[in-house]
Each structure stands twice: as structure tokens, then as C-alpha cells.
Design a protein around this ligand. Structure first.
Ligand code: 9MG
Length: 278
């Protein structure tokens, strides 16, 4: 397993789990409701996440929550690129761009992104080519269906085997296109075309994906699988989010994508302290 990931001008230490802080810049983002569409407010939130321990800031200009509507390429670029540039000017942090559009990826790469996070696993037109032409890492996520309909009766023959088969095929496609395996991060996609039970089975068996010997990313923060189990609104899911983050980290997740950076950092510090004696 890689010990470090080169993300443009920054290195990410993979010896212990790292935090990816979420910065949504969509007017309809599911848990911060578009509060941070203004540049100043976004920059304030970024600074706070860095102080709290985030090593990656993940900027998303298209909501991927169930039922979300599509965003044009122009809108997405105008939402994410000014913030990306401002962060790179002020902070030495890895900026990840959460997008599935080839032209947004290309703009992001030109403007200093250190990582591409694609919930559609580079399956859209032109994405493999754009990533092949750079040397940045890319997170490929598993999703069954598309955000608009993905929660309507998701079905798997065997949840873990089906996701593994998807990863295997995507890794092969990436390698064939010129994207080296060492640049790929895998994410089984909690909440993306999975029922409540399937999401908890996925969390229980998260460690199975270590068989790829590639960095794993887990995104569970404030998701419906927590709200629906606990019957909690989105602003009352901290305890659930921390528990899921700990379970994923203990099973080998190297990047944890979260809203609540400070609290997750505390939890990871406890895990790291215990790991010293394990
Ligand atoms: C953008 N986005 C929302 N949820 C996510 C998750 O679970 N993983 C990744 N990689 N991206 C996500």
C-alpha cells in the first residue's frame, strides 16, 4: 500500500486516516443549505476546517443528493473555480474538486486542484482522457443509477461482490486510458443507490475493499442512512456521523469525507493513539 499520495504541489500522508472537509458551493446543498455560496463565507469555512485538521478541502458545485437537479458546465465552473483559486492563493492545502464533467476537471487541474473526486467514476465523456493527461490522483466512487433515481429500489446480486466487480472494471478502464493504478482512490459510495440495510452491510464489510491494496475513501457524514436509522434531522447527526467515521477508519479508510472536521479529528486522534499499541 502507498504511504504517500502526490496531490499536485502537496503530499498526502496515507499512514493514518486523513480528513477531507466538505465545502458545498451549491444553492441546494443538502446539509448546509447554500450558506456558503459567497466567496468570503466559503473562505472563512475553509480556514476553520484547515485549523481543525482537514488535509483536503473537497469543493462541490453540483449537488449529488438524491433527487438533485442537473447543473450546467458553465454554472459549475463559475461556482468552483474562483474558490479553488482563492484557496490555493491563501492556503497550502490539497483542494479536491467534486465533479463528473470533463471540462470542469480540466479547468480545475489548470487552476491548482490536487485531486479529482468523481461520484460517476470517470464514466462521463472525456473524463478518462482529461485525467490521463495529468498526474493527479482521482477518487472513483461506486453509484448504482444516477442521483435523480438512485434510491428507487436499489438491487444487488451480492452487494460487496458487485461493487468489487465495478471497481475492477473501472480500474482496468482507467489503466487502459493511461491513468496509473497508483493514482486511484476507491470509494464504495455510501448512500448512492443503496438501501438503508445495504448501507449498513457496506459499512460492516468495508474492510473487504482492502483486498485492492489501494487507498479507500469513506463518505458518511450526515447522510440519510444515519438520519433514517436514528430518526434525526440533518443538523442532529453528529454522534451518528462520528460513529460511522470511526468504524470506517478502523476498517482501513484512509480518507474520511466530513462536514464536522474538528469533532472527527478528535475521534481520529483517539484511533491513532490506540493504534500505537495494537
Ligand atoms: C460528493 N460526494 C457526496 N458524497 C460522497 C461520497 O460518499 N464519496 C465521495 N467520494 N464523494 C461524495
Amino acid at each position: 500500500m502507498l504511504k504517500k499520495l502526490t496531490c499536485g504541489d502537496q503530499q498526502l500522508d496515507l499512514e493514518k486516516p486523513q480528513i477531507m472537509g466538505i465545502l458545498n458551493v451549491t444553492p441546494d446543498s443538502f446539509s448546509d443549505g447554500g450558506k456558503f455560496t459567497q466567496l468570503d463565507a466559503a473562505m472563512y469555512q475553509v480556514e476553520q476546517m484547515i485549523i481543525d485538521g482537514a488535509k483536503i478541502i473537497d469543493i462541490g458545485g453540483e449537488s449529488t443528493r438524491p433527487g438533485a437537479s442537473d447543473v450546467s458546465e458553465e454554472d459549475e465552473i463559475s461556482r468552483v473555480i474562483p474558490i479553488l483559486k482563492a484557496i490555493k492563493q491563501r492556503f497550502g492545502v490539497i483542494v479536491s474538486i467534486d465533479t463528473s464533467k470533463a471540462n470542469v476537471m480540466a479547468e480545475a487541474i489548470t487552476n491548482g486542484a490536487g485531486l479529482i473526486n468523481d461520484v460517476r467514476a470517470l464514466q462521463n465523456d472525456g473524463c478518462l482522457t482529461v485525467l490521463a493527461q495529468c498526474d493527479l490522483p482521482v477518487c472513483i466512487m461506486h453509484m448504482q443509477g444516477l442521483p435523480r433515481t438512485m434510491q428507487v429500489s436499489p438491487y444487488y446480486q451480492n452487494l460487496i461482490d458487485d461493487i468489487k466487480a465495478f471497481f475492477q472494471k473501472r480500474i482496468e478502464d482507467c489503466e487502459q486510458a493511461g491513468i496509473e493504478k497508483q493514482r486511484i482512490i476507491l470509494d464504495p459510495g455510501f448512500g448512492f443507490g443503496k438501501s438503508l440495510e445495504q448501507n449498513y452491510q457496506l459499512l460492516a464489510q468495508f474492510s473487504d475493499f482492502n483486498s485492492f491494496d489501494m487507498p479507500l475513501l469513506a463518505g458518511l457524514s450526515r447522510k440519510s442512512m444515519i438520519g433514517n436509522l436514528l430518526n434525526r434531522d440533518v443538523d442532529k447527526r453528529l454522534a451518528g456521523s462520528l460513529t460511522t467515521a470511526v468504524l470506517a477508519a478502523q476498517q482501513g479508510a484512509k480518507i474520511i469525507r466530513v462536514h464536522d472536521v474538528k469533532e472527527t479529528m478528535d475521534a481520529l486522534k483517539i484511533i491513532n493513539a490506540v493504534a500505537e499499541y495494537a
